[in-house]
Design a protein around this ligand. Sequence first.
Ligand SMILES: C[S@@+](CC[C@H](N)C(=O)[O-])C[C@H]1O[C@@H](n2cnc3c(N)ncnc32)[C@H](O)[C@@H]1O
Length: 322
Amino acid sequence: MQSMTQRRVILWGEQIDNGNVRLPGRMMEGTGKASVKASGSCRLTQAVTAQRTFLWGTRSGTRYVQYKRNVLRKQRHWEKIVTAKKKKRKQEKERRKAKHAEDKGAAHQHSKRVLKAITKERLLAAKEAAPWLCVDLSMTSHMTKKEISRLAAQIRRLYGSNKKAGKPFWICLTGFVAGSPISEECFRMNDGFSNYLMDTTPESYLDLFPLETIVYLTPDSENALQDIDPHRVYVLGGLVDESIQKKLTLQKAQEHSLQTARLPIAEYMVKNANVKNYHSETLAINQVFDVLSTYYETQSWPEALKAGVPPGKGYVLQETAL
Ligand SMILES: C[S@@+](CC[C@H](N)C(=O)[O-])C[C@H]1O[C@@H](n2cnc3c(N)ncnc32)[C@H](O)[C@@H]1O
């Protein structure tokens, strides 16, 4: 008499003798076992479990391998997509960067060209309407080689300030003789000197302008400069006197009965206490020019003096000045 459980097992397998059950051939593949010994309900349970394990193992194994393969394939595919996207993003970034640099370069070039044209226009307009500033280079025989070199550098700074000025002057180098030490030094030291927008002439300012229009600026004058008149010609002595040649320009101006003026330092500034107890109202030509140029633009002497008088000169603005 067979129990229900036994019958179910025999339905799946083939009973070969009492209690032995043969499992179907295709289910046996790979196990090497043709039968499972079954005795009573315990043997049957073992058989069923073995059979289920076998079935499950075989099917899920195949599926697992398949599943694993799919996962790997998808993973590889996804990695490819991610790498391609990264590459594309990088290329896009580089393209944008290059375009930005190109645009910036073009804008920069453009604004530089435009700025140059505006500066040129302003400087040339100054020749007609602005005050003239002459640097008198007729006294360079009084100077050492080193002083001449420093004077050439000061001319460069003066020209640079004028180019940047909101209201430029027209600049003229008088007594500028070709082949002279100062002319050679200007060409040697100052890049693009031959293109400076200014006049250079070997002639003297005395022969170029009516004498009554000339104001010789000298630190030794009794007169403080009050204002800047665009119809006047202001002359600076082209001198760097380390071994100070006192009153050289004052005497020269007086010989020709020219008007003279000094910067109004004493009117707006006070001596400050310093270790060396050094105070000097004598400035370099580019510093004098910075004062003149700032005044011409702002109409304020305190502002102008603040812009041009370096602290080393031992002067500070009066507290009430600004
Ligand atoms: C270094 S200074 C030469 C000073 C020289 N002892 C002289 O006799 O003129 C160069 C030039 O800058 C101008 N300068 C310097 N300080 C000045 C001031 N406080 N007021 C007016 N002009 C000044 C003068 O034209 C001067 O000739």
